[in-house]
Design a protein around this ligand. Structure first.
Ligand code: SAM
Length: 292
């Protein structure tokens, strides 16, 4: 009889004498229903190549492997990779890599694994909460690089980060990640997950989002790097005016900043948090004219 996720996690920890590492964000999923919801939400099909971030003890990996053509799990903790290597020894379609997702090129994984037989590449993970934002930004950026085969990122994260991703201008939650998410993807809520769906329980609530990578970006940019530099500068001190936030960027003395803002149709006295993606794009394209 197949064991439920909770039992698999408990037995895995006991058999290998492993205690969950807080510093690696190890909160293992124990709810089969949530695991099913993640697979459904990610729309995993039998031709997909799945890259799973942080497979841990493999409860989600097992369901992904049943549905997808192949799964590559990227796990930083060597103790987990030992458990995973044993657990998936008889799965021909599961490969486990012992490395840091932030230092791993998804493009390299895809080109190594994909010999032409896969449909889409989907990235999935119950993310380690201490690096949720850097992971999402990295996957989005790599997915946005053309040509990328990554179709979507489906991720469990702290509810608070999910709210920041979906936030609108002039709200407290609005920031760099909201704009990056909008630029690279379309965001869909999959499900909310209570704390007791994990061992050990995290001290925050969680949400699963699916981010479908856009084929066409919502704004046209002269220079993507300048776009994100402007956004980061605008949010670094969010109570300050754009006039103050942007002065000091390359080629931007106070007078130039004022002129660039006015030519982009933006009042220099506004705060960055009030700008929507179109206004940031217009501003960045004007800044690019000065920097070139
Ligand atoms: N997928 C498992 C589950 O749902 O039960 C475990 C999820 S747990 C929240 C996060 C996993 O990410 C842990 O196994 C942890 O060791 C791993 N992890 C933490 N930092 C990582 C990194 N930088 N690169 C890859 N994996 C990482």
């Amino acid at each position: 009889m197949e064991l439920c996720a909770a039992e698999r996690v408990k037995r895995g920890l006991k058999a290998y004498g492993v205690t969950p590492s807080k510093s690696l964000g190890q909160n293992f999923l124990t709810d089969d229903h949530v695991i099913e919801e993640i697979c459904d939400g990610a729309d995993i099909g039998e031709e997909d190549l799945v890259i799973e971030i942080g497979p841990g003890l493999g409860v989600l990996t097992a369901r992904l492997a049943e549905r997808a053509a192949a799964v590559v799990g990227v796990e930083i903790d060597r103790r987990m990779t030992e458990v995973l290597t044993d657990s998936f020894a008889f799965y021909e379609n599961v490969k486990i890599l012992n490395c840091d997702i932030l230092k791993t090129s998804l493009a390299e994984i895809i080109s190594r694994e994909d010999t032409g037989g896969f449909g889409a590449v989907k990235v999935v993970g119950n993310l380690p909460y201490y690096i949720t934002t850097p992971i999402i930004l990295k996957v989005l950026k790599e997915s946005g690089d053309s040509p990328s085969r990554i179709k979507s990122l489906t991720a469990m994260m702290q509810k608070e980060v999910a709210e920041r991703i979906g936030a609108s201008p002039s709200t407290k939650a609005y920031g760099t990640i909201s704009l990056a998410a909008e630029y690279y993807s379309r965001v869909y809520e999959v499900t909310d997950v209570p704390r007791d769906a994990f061992i050990p329980s995290p001290n925050v609530d969680s949400r699963v989002l699916r981010m479908d990578i856009r084929e066409k970006k919502p704004v046209e940019l002269t220079d993507e790097e300048i776009f994100f530099t402007c956004i980061k500068a605008a949010f670094r001190q969010r109570r300050k005016t754009l006039r103050n936030c942007l002065t000091g960027l390359e080629g931007m003395d106070r007078e130039t900043t004022e002129r660039v803002l006015v030519s982009a149709g933006i009042d220099p006295g506004r705060r960055g948090e009030t700008l929507d993606i179109r206004e940031f794009a217009g501003l960045a394209n004007k800044v690019a004219e000065v920097c070139r």
